[in-house]
Design a protein. Structure first.
Length: 263
């Protein structure tokens, strides 16, 4: 025996009565379902209230789209435009707005009440770097053991840190006890977008700065009082020529070098 199937009774509004997908894009051209519209020209001029068929005909003659820009108005406002170009420009504007929008980032630095002076200087340097970048800094003092009975140590340390970085930031949240920890939030004086633009400008200036042209190297000069290599070679050549001329003269006179020495 086959089990009876439940009978589905359609609702008066169909499936749309239960809710459906709502498109965020405006209706264009044949999707507009109203008898008349208030028409706006491509340059923003007011044409007036016209029938939908006349508005579609004008859009077709101008090779443009009829876009419903204000559907809740009575009658709806439609504009003649290039819808593809409009969507492209809107996407570019949204991308630029997201690029320029700076997200707030909270950095965290943890300290101990009895921190070493060198470690304190390192932590303070991190806080200054975060504030220069336009980020907030959450400073946490961690208490352990008997340190929990001396919360004034952490309070004085936080006050000292706030005074050391007051040129870059301000105390956004005063020190408060949170269990075993004491927390303080320091906010930057400058926004993150300004810090980002300054870093970009400095990089551009450094890239556009002219680079120094290297100078050609000069040959090393010989020390004073010592003849150069060329002078030595020239003097040696002249000495050899003189000795050769003397030998030739001796042979012609019949006396050799030995005779000249004996004489």
């Amino acid at each position: 025996m086959v089990a009876a199937q439940p009978i589905r009774v359609p609702c008066p509004g169909g499936d749309q009565a239960q809710g459906g997908h709502i498109s965020a894009e405006p209706r264009i051209n044949d999707r507009i379902r109203v008898p008349e519209v208030r028409l706006v020209g491509p340059n923003g001029e007011q044409v007036g209230i016209v029938a939908l068929n006349d508005a579609l005909r004008l859009a077709q003659e101008a090779d443009l789209d009829l876009v419903e820009v204000a559907p809740t108005a009575r009658p709806p406002v439609c504009k003649l435009m290039d819808y593809g170009k409009f969507k492209y420009e809107s996407a570019l504007k949204a991308r630029e707005s997201r690029k320029n929008q700076a997200q707030t980032v909270i950095k965290e630095i943890k300290l101990r009440p009895k921190i070493d002076p060198h470690d304190y200087g390192t932590k303070k340097g991190h806080v200054e770097r975060f504030l220069k970048q336009g980020d907030k800094v959450k400073v946490t003092i961690m208490f352990r053991g008997r340190e929990q009975s001396r919360p004034e140590l952490g309070f004085r340390l936080l006050q000292r840190l706030a005074g050391d970085v007051e040129e870059l930031g301000f105390v956004e949240s005063q020190p408060k006890q949170d269990g075993r920890n004491m927390i303080m939030v320091i906010g930057p004086h400058r926004k993150k977008s300004e810090s980002k633009s300054d870093r970009t400008t400095s990089r551009d200036v450094a890239a556009e700065a002219p680079r120094p042209v290297p100078r050609p190297r000069r040959p090393a000069a010989s020390p004073a009082g010592q003849p150069g290599v060329s002078q030595n070679s020239a003097s040696q050549n002249s000495a050899s020529q003189n000795s050769a001329s003397q030998n030739n003269a001796g042979h012609q006179n019949g006396t050799g070098p030995a005779d000249q020495a004996g004489a």
